[in-house]
Structures are given as C-alpha cells and as structure tokens.
Design a protein around this ligand. Sequence first.
Ligand code: DC
Length: 231
Amino acid sequence: MGRITIAIDGYSSTGKSTVAKQLADYLGYVYVDSGAMYRAVTLYAMQQGIISKAHFDTSKLIASLPEIHLKFYKEPSWNKAHIFLNGKDVEDKIRNLEVSEFVSPVATIHEVRAKLVAQQKQMGLEKGVVMDGRDIGTVVFPKAELKIFMNASAEERAQRRYKELLERGEQIKFSEVLKNIQARDHIDTTRDDSPLVKAADAIDIDNSEMNLEDQFHTVLQLAKDRIAGRV
Ligand code: DC
C-alpha cells in the first residue's frame, strides 16, 4: 500500500495537532490543521464586526463567505504551514482566547462547515495527508485508512492550555481556561451539523497519562501497520 490518509479527531487541547504534525513530518506527509481554518473565519468575522461579545450576525457571515479565501503556505524555514486569510499570514492571530471563545459558535454554522469541508476534501485528494479536527474521520475523510480519536480529562487539557497561554504572555486565570474548554466541549459535541463524535472505526487514545514520546510511538506504529496493510 502506498500513501494513506490519516484522520485525527478529538476534543480541544488534547494535543491532536502535536501528534498529527510529528506523524506528517516523519512520514513526509502534508499536515493540515483544520481548526486553523475555523479560527481564520472567526478572525475575519471579528475584524468585520460580525461577531463580538454582544452580537453575532450569522446571516452577514454567511453572505461574506465568498469573500473569505484561506490558504496554507509554508516557507522552508518555518516549522509548520501558516494559514493565510485573504493573502495575509494570520497564524499568530488565531490562537488567543478571544478567537477561541468565538470559534465554536462560528463552527456550528452549516454554510461555514460546507465551505471548509469542501476545501479540506480537495486537500486530501492526493492522499499522504494527516488532518486533525473534529469531523475528519466522520465527514471529511470517512474512508481514511487510519482514524484516531484523542481524549484526555478536561482538567489535564486545561492545564496544558493554561501553560501554553502563560508562556505566550497572556494574562489569564486557570479557571477561565477550564471554563472555555468545557464550553467548547459542550458546543462541539451538541451542535446539529457534524458534532464531535468518534467514528465507529476510529482508535481511541486517552493521553491524560501519556508523554509526547509514548503517544507518538503509539500512533506511528498504527500508521506503519496501516501503510503496510497489516491491519
Ligand atoms: O482544534 P481547534 O481547537 O483549533 O479548533 C477550533 C474550533 O474549531 C473548535 O472549537 C471546533 C472547531 N472545529 C470544527 O468544528 N471542526 C474541525 N474539523 C476543526 C475545528
């Protein structure tokens, strides 16, 4: 068997992107962070005043979708591809808590999902791709040869995220981070369109107690087996 498609889904801050990226680098595959696409659409909505704490004009966002162009691009010196929103590199702008708060409601909108899923399917046409997100194994690549579903306790995920945000210099309380994770879990799992669910044929990995190295080796072994057609 040649190149395969690998779908990695799971709750927020389970370390999906870390393992997806490691795997793609090791196998020489393309890594696609589908969450970055939802975040970039959210940033657009914030910049245009379509979403704020006070209101969310969903029809305006839907009407603006043809004006939103997303692209991934990687310079050889960069560690990962950056996401570009209408030609601008917004990689640095999409990870803060404000975008994280607004992104789940944006991701509930059917028209937003339809647009992004169509682009994601295109990116997978040639296989050799590792994509992480919430609906990759269920909606984007239902035929992926390897599907992983990652999980860890909400407290553990909030700890990791809190540490990351502090390191980036954000002034934040742990309780706020935990609240955001729990709120996102709730919206992601209960929305009507493509809620976060484990695909029937996905392999569960709970990494609450795993270090990065163990996790990588576990997933790599699964990938090698699938590529060799062993399982
Ligand atoms: O993986 P992340 O935390 O960067 O994702 C941000 C949000 O985008 C998350 O709250 C849910 C949404 N998302 C989605 O609905 N479907 C995807 N394939 C990826 C992300």
